[in-house]
Design a protein around this ligand. Structure first.
Ligand code: IMP
Length: 423
């Protein structure tokens, strides 16, 4: 048995939550391997819309076990509010949800440090979701972090105090005006820790490898997107974890030879939230139309997402770095009604035409070169099979498949579970 992976190939917000939810019926276990509450995985079914932050998107299926792996960072406060949100769904999360002892904890002071760091950067800010992600991963790699397993130690409070005191000194180093009441934040944190401790903590690498031996099926759920990867993304405008396929091995403790299918998800166009380069970004009414029809606002922060045409150079790069075996195209319905569609198939870079992602893709270095395709004007949202899709959309799909050399197996035509076409 192998672990299948599901990854976002752009700058996040591709619709991973929906597809995990659609695929969960094929898997016994869904496991998150990186990121934290900076993610907002949106699921829609039976007329209900639900946003998950840290909890894997398989939680709504009766049979699935959901694992939060060692590579994830957990904010107990956000996590417990997520659990409370599940109460109305009658989900036995004490049975269905298990957490790696090796996952790192986001402290209230990590969030404050995130805010101080961003404020100190002025115009060069990353556009972080301010959930404490960067400072928590810094403490992890700096070997100072606190882990879920530490909650079981008798001296957890002392360890917490030592780290939080250090953080307070670091906050003052930034010399920015951050207002906070730490006592209040800590009371909230420790109340959440108490609730978190009612869940089951495991050694997730043991659990997952044992499950594989027992022929259980596992789907690893990525968060954010490949272009936000700490190594391969548009650094420094990235998140602080490996969002690409290799991150599933380190974030769950499964070996590379245990990876099976790699499902790559992308939107039929491109969006980005936060700062950083975006070669195909549109600043005109076309981009506005995409944002409006696609309801492009961040699930976590509510910030408007920047929109642009599909960037095949960036997508090819992501397909390569991840070893994608099957593609899934999301939000195809949003592109209905455009007379002509553009797809970036090359860049003009330092006077030359190139077909790969260079080190530096800032606007001043890179100009996209587009191939134009004919648009379609049909309402896709009620379509249920590939043979109902307009010819121009099928041409668009086949063009992408030829360029990317990977089949597009799912075409999403709306946010609901049922609006999913298999090819
Ligand atoms: P952080 O991970 O919150 O520090 O944010 C770093 C960058 O990643 C910012 O540009 C965020 O907007 C972006 N980002 C983080 N998480 C997500 C996500 O789930 N979807 C889209 N963008 C994200």
């Amino acid at each position: 048995m192998a672990v299948d992976l599901l990854l976002g190939l752009q700058w996040g917000d591709e619709g991973k939550g929906k597809i995990v939810d659609v695929l969960t019926k094929n898997y016994n276990i869904i496991a998150r391997f990186q990121g934290g509450p900076n993610a907002g995985h949106t699921l829609e079914f039976d007329g209900i819309k639900h946003v998950l932050r840290t909890i894997p998107s398989g939680i709504f299926h009766k049979e699935s076990i959901n694992v939060i792996g060692n590579g994830v960072v957990i904010d107990p406060v956000v996590f417990v509010s997520e659990l409370e949100g599940l109460n109305k769904f009658d989900i036995d999360y004490k049975k269905k949800l298990i957490i790696s002892r090796k996952a790192h904890l986001i402290l209230p002071t990590h969030r404050l440090l995130d805010a101080a760091s961003e404020a100190s950067k002025g115009k060069a800010k990353i556009g972080s979701t301010l959930k404490g992600i960067g400072p928590t991963y810094m403490d992890k790699t700096g070997r100072n972090g606190l882990r879920v397993g530490d909650l079981e130690l008798e001296d957890f409070k002392e360890r917490y105090r030592a780290l939080a005191d250090k953080h307070e000194e670091m906050i003052s180093f930034y010399k920015v005006d951050i207002q906070y009441d730490l006592e209040e934040l800590e009371a909230e944190f420790f109340a959440a820790v108490k609730a978190l401790k009612e869940l089951t903590f495991i050694d997730s690498e043991e659990f997952l490898n044992k499950s594989l031996k027992e022929n259980k099926t596992i789907l690893a759920e990525g968060a954010q997107g490949s272009l936000l990867d700490i190594d391969f993304g548009t650094y420094p405008f990235v998140t602080s974890s490996n969002t690409t396929a290799a991150g599933a091995c380190t974030g769950l403790g499964v070996a590379p030879n245990k990876i099976g299918e790699v499902f790559g998800i992308f939107k039929a166009y491109t969006t980005r939230v936060g700062s950083g380069p975006f070669p195909t970004e549109l600043f005109d009414e076309v981009g506005e139309k995409m944002a409006k029809i696609g309801n492009e606002f961040g699930a976590v922060t509510g910030r408007p997402r920047r929109c642009g045409w599909l960037d095949l150079i960036a997508l090819k790069y992501a397909v390569q770095v991840n070893g994608v075996t099957q593609l899934m195209m999301m939000k195809s319905d949003v592109l209905s009604g455009f007379e002509t569609l553009k797809v970036c198939t090359a860049y003009k870079y330092k006077g030359e035409t190139i077909d790969h992602l260079p080190y530096n893709i800032e606007e001043e270095n890179v100009t996209p070169i587009y191939t134009e395709l004919k648009g379609w004007n049909a309402d896709l949202t009620k379509m249920t099979s590939a043979d109902q899709l307009p010819k121009e959309l099928t041409d668009y799909i086949e063009f992408l498949e030829k360029e990317l050399e990977v089949p597009i197996k799912i075409v999403s035509v709306g946010p609901d579970r049922t609006q999913t076409i298999h090819r």
